[in-house]
Design a binder for this molecule. Sequence first.
Ligand code: AMP
Length: 190
Amino acid sequence: MLNIVLFGPPGAGKGTQSEKIIEKYQLTHLSTGDLFRKHLGEGTELGKLARKYMDEGRLVPDEVVIGMVDDKIANTPNTNGFIFDGFPRTVAQAEALDKLMQKNNSGISVMIALEVEEEVLKQRIRERGKTSGRADDQDEEKIATRIGVYLDETLPVAGYYEKQGKLSKVNGVGTIEGIFQDICNVIDRY
Ligand code: AMP
């Protein structure tokens, strides 16, 4: 199995590149943000719980996120592998993911980290907010909170994979196709 963690700050292009990766490599897309938005739309208990964190741009508690991912993995038999998008976002989530993968006799192959500077991120999120309908894309304070949370809580996750020799950095500024090619060059080594 090919299991990829696609990593980067909000607005780095993880969603856009995930779509292209899953098409080319026939992987299962597991985006925790998308799963939460689905729960929110369906009005489930999980969605109600997640809403207050998402509205403020804060992280949903680890145990809630991990339970949801465990569920999704358990309900996806016979896959070529997963692309994890927006997960793990804390070191505790990364440790839990390793355990979940072991349980399935598998492991993380590589983390691909998209690098984009802060001003470009903010511009992209504002642009996305015009069409995404996402409240967290349309409010300067929420955008700043999400980038701050990324720097404080999520960035250490890159160090976690670096220690395992699994971190590959890709420049996330350029054309969608050019960035995708750089990502494929990394994936094709696995
Ligand atoms: P995203 O679509 O990845 O930008 O996620 C939108 C929001 O969902 C985040 O700002 C968090 O509130 C929540 N969220 C998504 N993934 C996670 C995660 N792995 N851990 C905690 N909260 C998450």
